[in-house]
Design a protein around this ligand. Sequence first.
Ligand code: DX5
Ligand code: ZN
Length: 217
Amino acid sequence: MKHLVAPSILAADFANLQRDVEMINESEADWIHVDIMDGVFVPNISFGFPVAEAIAKHAKKPLDVHLMIVDPDRYITRFRDAGAAVISVHYEACTHLHRTVHAIREAGCMAGVALNPHTPVHVLEDILEDIDQVLLMSVNPGFGGQQFIGHTFEKTRKLAAMAAGHAVHIEIDGGVSSSNAGALLAAGANVLVAGNFVFSAPDPRQVIAGLKNLSPE
Ligand code: DX5
Ligand code: ZN
């Protein structure tokens, strides 16, 4: 299957959110990546339910919700109700990860697990069959517009080898651009998140099309 592109709404103009969601609707993007930061798990606060619901109201693409929050179990059904199709929680924030990912699936969403740059992929070895996506952070979570961490290529290759035979998306998040996207696909990634690279461009739709039509290199 062709890889997926998920523009990160964190880099949108929040005073023109409807316009930017409609731009994504009209683009070749597959999902809309929605970053939720609580100021505790990460040193930044993004937005909460009213904004997520406003995005969902206009979105014609599935919402890929990335929870950078402590104790995510408390909010799974609320994010489902707010329109999430995919919910990714952080490995580092979940003591009972197996319970959490099953709660996400029981809520009717695809379950993802995100790993910080320092967390090795092998910690997910025994939960791969319970999840639909692994999100590899290629920056330290908390902010858009940071520099891509090169070690992510090796991590992606390791994860792809480990996940062979499992129906698991491999999503890369942070500092993704045309300068690393082709190599990420070649390493085994199949979902590309991009925030600043898309929204800082004069023609974001064209940038999304460029990412969508890349070949592994
Ligand atoms: C970072 C977020 C990312 C961010 C990506 O904590 O999880 O999704 O929005 O933005 P860029 O592509 O600008 O690094
Ligand atoms: Zn994210």
